[in-house]
Design a binder for this molecule. Structure first.
Ligand SMILES: [Zn+2]
Length: 356
């Protein structure tokens, strides 16, 4: 009588699903560890896979330079929103899956030795949707960039506003744009990087407002989906519509940059857009105050002293921060108490005088 041995084979043959990835554009099976080594770009066809926020920061910043800020910001459920499941459950599931609190991370770091404020989005967290936390992080990044005179880099990856937060999500469009406008008025450079996908409210607000707008190859970039757009204008859409290269040809994107070149590209742009001595943190503020560099900075320095701080007015509409505390206070606290990454230590600059 034959003895039936337990079979081990079937188990070995069923690979864990996270071991291999199939390239959607050339159907090649790619070993995940290998893919991670090449920054998740398909070695055979160049398809750019989506990156997590952590990998993106690792790719762009000098090792060990990233200091996260406002890590504790977390969404509340202001509307008591329930679709197939309650919003808090969705948030919790996304937090477990990604290890992030929300779809964006911001902090300071350096790109080839140049200090930057950087905010990175993660599509893996609820489709990178922009709720009050994402909007707040982008805003705080812009405010800190202005206060500390650091160039701002935002890497977008988003399906749009987070419907579970309704109007509060839509408000983030105005809030982020207002902060970027102040940054622009302060003559601090802002570089926007659009990755696959950058759509909806993020496309309609901060993602396309960079002094230079970069995009990764073949990234889906647009406001509404192609079908909706075609229906609205009742016309056939051209091939490649809403892809980086199409937008580049039509002037909406300034450069299409492969992932391998992105860090170098950002570094070069930072070199063009900032005075040479900005490369050395600590020298930055003095450099920007020199009339030879920025004739207007002397005037804005003067205005900062004479005109009372405009910020309370900008955020005094009774809005609460996502953590439930009044925004002006938290924003002020976070701006005033960075763990002294930079340059702020021991030196003063126009924006900081009245902050004490
Ligand atoms: Zn491929």
């Amino acid at each position: 009588m034959p003895i039936k041995l337990p079979s081990f084979r079937s188990r070995r043959e069923s690979y864990p699903p996270d071991l291999w990835t199939k390239c959607p554009s050339c159907d090649e099976m790619l070993f995940n560890k290998q893919l991670d080594k090449v920054m998740r770009v398909c070695p055979s066809c160049g398809h750019h896979f989506r990156l997590s926020a952590a990998m993106r920061l690792g790719q762009l910043l000098d090792p060990g330079t990233f200091g996260e800020r406002d890590a504790g910001l977390q969404s509340v459920d202001p509307l008591g929103f329930v679709d197939q499941k309650p919003y808090p459950d969705r948030l919790a599931a996304a937090q477990v899956a990604t290890g992030m609190r929300d779809a964006a991370v911001w902090g300071t770091g350096a790109i080839e030795g140049r200090a930057v404020a950087i905010c990175v989005m993660d599509f893996g967290f609820m489709g990178g949707s922009m709720g009050s936390v994402v909007g707040e992080k982008v805003t705080r990044a812009a405010e800190a960039a202005l206060a500390e005179r650091l160039p701002l880099v935002v890497v977008s990856a988003s399906g749009g506003a987070r419907m579970q937060e309704g109007t509060l999500a839509l408000m983030q469009l105005a809030k982020t744009v207002a902060a970027l406008e102040r940054l622009k008025a302060g003559r601090v450079p802002y570089l926007s990087v659009m990755t696959d996908p950058t759509t909806g409210g993020v496309f309609a607000s901060y993602a396309v407002l960079g002094d230079v707008n970069l995009a990764e190859p073949n990234a889906m970039i647009g406001f509404a989906g192609a079908r909706v757009a075609a229906g609205t204008i009742a016309q056939e859409l051209p091939p490649g519509f809403q892809r980086s290269e199409f937008l580049f040809r039509h002037g909406f994107v300034d450069r299409v940059v492969t992932r391998a070149e992105l860090r170098g590209e950002l570094s070069a742009l930072l070199a063009y857009l900032t005075p040479a001595s900005l490369a050395v943190p600590g020298e930055a503020m003095d450099a920007l105050m020199l009339p030879a560099f920025r004739p207007l900075s002397f005037l804005s320095a003067l205005a900062d002293r004479v005109i009372p701080d405009p910020e309370p007015e900008a955020s005094a509409d009774g809005r609460s921060g996502p953590d439930g505390s009044p925004r002006p206070a938290t924003a002020r606290a976070s701006a005033a108490s960075p763990p002294a990454t930079s340059a702020a230590t021991g030196r003063r600059h126009p924006g900081e005088v009245e902050r004490g």
